[in-house]
Design a protein around this ligand. Sequence first.
Ligand code: NAD
Length: 488
Amino acid sequence: MSESEVIERENPAHPEEIVGSVPVTPPESVHAVVSAADSAFRVWAARPLGERCALLTEAVAALTAERVDELSHLLARELGKPLPDARGEIGFAAVFLRHCIDAAPSVLAAHEIDDAAGRLSFRKVPFGVVAAITPWNAPVILSMLKIAPALVAGNAVVVKPSPYAPIAVTGVVESLASVLPEGLLQIVHGGPDTGEALVAHPLVRKVAFTGGNVVAKAIGATAASVITPTVMELGGNDAAIFLDDALLNEAAFDRIVTASYATSGQVCMASKRIYVPRARHDEFVAGFVEASARMVRLGDPLVEGVTVGPVVNRAAQERLEALVAESVASGGEVVDVGVVDPSASSGGYYVRPRVVLGLSDDSRLVCEEQFGPIVPVMAYDELDEAIRRANAGELGLGASVWSADESRAFEVAGRIEAGFVFINTHNRTGMSMRAPFGGVKKSGFGREYGDEGLLEYVQTCVTHAPALFRPGADPEATARASRAYPGQ
Ligand code: NAD
């Protein structure tokens, strides 16, 4: 990638093919973008919520079926994501915007208490300009998780997507922005310099970041230097724990296989390490391999029937192959899974989906986020031991517990250090728009989805008239209260 004038994005399935390009926003141009956003914010925030929602409903309509189809093809080609998944991601982004529009009137409602103690009014006030800095692995939905709640709540948004998947998200942002007031929703492109300029800008009032922990530290430091709050959605190393009574039928295997390999495993909440009772280990592996043969077809994302595409770039491919070699060297047994479509011989950045058996807990594949289609399966003897091993490490984004006994599964889930625990599923099939999502420990802070995801983009501001200082109050009590702490 060159930062001179444009970012050209290659197709990871056919690296010689350029999918398209976007203009780089040099750091010195960020000021004009943020200033325009700030001006738009002031007008937007003053409009009644109903008017904002009506305009945002029109904005969703700008994502017509034809536009979604065109953008899905671009997303599939720039990211290597199978076409039905690319279509699903963009469709889901529209559904999520509608969800925020519907939720806003109750979640953002102002309210008052007016009683013998006085009058309090609570207002949910937007921050101003929000910088949304997003990764490449699900560029449209991960941007929309910030755009939708921020705009509904009355903020302006400047999105900076990853240079590795900037094209489809630009199309989505431009479609929405075409219906909205000028400057309210903008997109800038570039790498760390452009991102830094945005985070450091004094008129950016909140930074919403999704990405890796290394960049999170840089963004956190810059944001702290200008006292700008952040919400951080970071990496995970999700454990899937199968209990001894887990129902290991075809549908369950289909779910765990999809949870592991969708988007080539490049999903923050993918199932990244699997723990099974020793007595059921071989049964599990056999069922997993069989389900993978049904569910996993590695190849060109535009070819019908392909469910797993290439990984994002050559560096990711090399990193993952090195991880496999290291796993073999440390005694792991590597098993190829799924089927390879002929289209995977194009020289693209393909990584054969695999499971790795018999690794110890200190292997890198087990204790680090692999972000690819290589998944370790480990046996355990005691449930307490499995929970302890699942909780090891600094990451705590998602996890799953699989059991025929839902109460038991919930009890185990309560002992897992993760922001979101799925029961009998994992990854996107277990998401709920009403449930806040985010990490504990070093997987981040703040939430997306749910009411909390909307409340991330407002601050509660209060007006208070204490009863004792109202005209007509008892003068003696007023005099006492004028010098004391409340309630004394
Ligand atoms: P990344 O951290 O490398 O980059 C994310 C974004 O930050 C990109 O837009 C990048 O250009 C920008 N950036 C880089 N340096 C910057 C700087 N100094 N200042 C401002 N911006 C800067 O992440 P990635 O490789 O694109 O994405 C993969 C990571 O994202 C994985 O760790 C994954 O787990 C995580 N992720 C988390 C979630 C979640 O919801 N928790 C969701 C998806 C992905």
